[in-house]
Ligand binder design. Sequence first.
Ligand code: GLA
Length: 713
Amino acid sequence: MTVPAVHLSRGGVSVVLAPSADGLAVLHWGVALGAVDPDALARLHVAGVPHSALDHPRLRGIVGENVAGYTGTPGLSGLRPGAGAAAWAPRLRDWSCDVDDSGEDARVALEAADDEAGWQVRVELELTRDGLVRMRTFVTNAGPGDLVLDQVRLALPVAPRATELLDLTGRWCRERTPQRRDWLHGTHLRESRHGRTGHDATLVMVAGTPGFGFGSGEVWGTHVAWSGDHATYAERTPEGECVLGGGELLGPGEVVLAEGETYRSPWLVGAHSTTGLDDMSARLHAWLRRQVPLGERPVLVNTWEAAYFDHDLGRLSALADVAAQVGVERFVLDDGWFHGRRSDRAGLGDWTVDTGLWPEGLHPLIEHVHGTGMDFGLWVEPEMVNEDSDVVRAHPDWVLRGHGELPPTWRHQQVLDLQHPDAYAHVRDALLALLGEYDIAFLKWDHNRDLIDVAHAGRPAVHGQTAAFYRLLDELRAAHPGLEIESCASGGGRIDLEVLTRTDRVWASDTIDAVERQRIQRWTSLLVPPERMGAHVGGPVAHTTGRSHRLGFRAATALLGHFGIEWDLSAVSEEERTELAAWVALHKRVRPLVATGRVVHGDPADPALAVTGVVAEDRAEGWYVVATVDTTTTQGPGAVVLPGLDPERSYRVTHETPEGYRHPADLGTTWLDDADGPVVPGSVLAALGVRLPVLAPESAVVVRCVDTGAARP
Ligand code: GLA
């Protein structure tokens, strides 16, 4: 059957599928093409046939079939051990194409089979109203005997004019470090073998036109929505293909399909923009906000850096009192509350309240917290155990391992085998019991180690463990629909779109040093909307780096995220409490925009400057934090561009930094104290910007721009 060419267009993005000699290919992913006859387009793009090449024009097929001559990363590979015709990859034939172009999101389902090798393949492709492409593959074993999957990869083509690559790397306390390079021939491959998404996960692999930035350039970005091992790559072949791709990274024999069984790949998500990274991210954010609608986020206080393992009712109640006074709405009891957990060496897995510490359970604390008007959240780490725990003493066989000897410990802990039905039931029932006994609004769900040397039933275990983690989340949320969950993994080690559809926020990093956070949050926001990014105000000296920062810089850095406090407030001065309360109040003013607006970033020439903003969808208002992460290159920050507003509308510009911060050297920037603020068109703010005071290193100012309703003069 010959499949027709298909042109889908949504949200300023087009995708064209065209028949090729090998079945079907994505001919175009990118800028909207307008009314176009896809067959004519497909005819225009039949490739040439060089002398030394296949004797027919070749386009990379939708699954990148190596057996059809694609020499880049194959889309499908696997083995049927012992089979006569031992095909190691399918040669797909008879593509069918089911197009639903009528809804707000367009959908295509493509199916093909290799009857000889016994593979059935289905590729689903969606183009959402946000202009986001989502693709996934289903592989069904239609032959006799087992089909051992090797790898399943999806990829999307990118225009050859994208000659630069950006991806993110990182480590504990330094997640999301950008790295840029020229995009030359070959494969730039990022693999995660952490058994969780990984601190170094790129989140998005971006290709773009030279010099692209947050506000300029044509960019294409892809993301693999999976919380286990995965690969993300950019590939440019001498034949001329440029693709961004990825998929789950399977270990040897990790997925073996019995006859009739199906493997479903993670989604590969692609976002394109002609105006830079912020617009690319806005599409990802908009999609997630529709999938998991959230209102304004409550300001929270977390006990970790405030009290660590010092769980004392009096101390924590005092913290709750001050937190409520400064305007906090949620109290989160972090690690240390459960049986035997007096340090990080024991207790994980025993999810009952420690009766030595809490003779009446958590009731007195929760009652106290509720009495102050806050709701209550609790830290858990359900997939982990300490060897020093009752659960491991009773069930040593529940610990995930690849050999008889246990894997090396990491933060003194091991992993519970969630594919073991009894182990799974143990942790599920323990969590359900807690949620049943206590009024818990929020779980901070942690995962503090990589999975190393892990197997289940003699096979690599990450795939099954990740699927079981999703199942556990789904079961708990089904039983407690109002429950909110944070995805934390030693900070930002489990951030991806699949976990984000099952949770309400992520912990971006264990470091709350504001200099580090400026970078970490900027790059985390490539994927994560601001209201889902936990951003806390720590104490004056950052625990993870030893750097000291003024409260104004710490608070301004958290202002445009899911604002929280992680600081022993019972020990702070009256002056600091007042200043903190002003920042909490300021956050509450801006948080309706944080929850719904577009994130924008400046592209300042001075690397000491960081400009972050949220702009209302209707562009009636924008809030900006301009921070210095170093001494400015010039004497003052100069004119700072405020992006994202409507060039045609007039905005009143006001300085909103709470009292308590003024740089002593600044004697001249007069508009800062002008309560009415000057009124200028958005075009001025985008092209010329505003002058800001002389800024000391590691300080910040907050600026608000509001549409005056006046027509532009
Ligand atoms: C991890 C988290 C921290 C804290 C500790 C508790 O490191 O990322 O925020 O919850 O665990 O042990």
